[in-house]
Design a protein around this ligand. Structure first.
Ligand SMILES: [Zn+2]
Length: 96
């Protein structure tokens, strides 16, 4: 999958939400959970998306990542951050 936008430890601010999405909201600071699983297999249903046989994305690794100005991601992958956690401290959490 080339060319590829790098950046797999992503912190950003939500700009817009898709239809029907209630959280996060525009203006929320979020990290991106690294794996985008199929959401339906036994692994995904118990939160082990890293074991999914039908991964849809791994940001900045096999799919476009966070060095882009904007990214479109599933709402469940955008995890709100509390204000007391800095961007630098938070970024690795999404991939760890
Ligand atoms: Zn899956």
């Amino acid at each position: 999958m080339q060319p590829l936008t790098l950046g797999h430890e992503v912190v950003g601010v939500v700009e817009e939400m898709g239809a029907g999405v209630e959280s996060p909201k525009p203006g929320d600071r979020v990290i991106l959970y690294y794996y985008v699983g199929c959401g339906r297999c036994a692994h995904c249903l118990v939160g082990d998306e890293n074991l999914c046989d039908a991964l849809r994305a791994e940001y900045g690794f096999v799919s476009d990542g966070g060095f882009a100005e904007y990214a479109t991601v599933p709402a469940r992958n955008a995890v709100r951050l509390p204000a007391e956690i800095s961007d630098d401290a938070a970024a690795p959490i999404g991939a760890a």
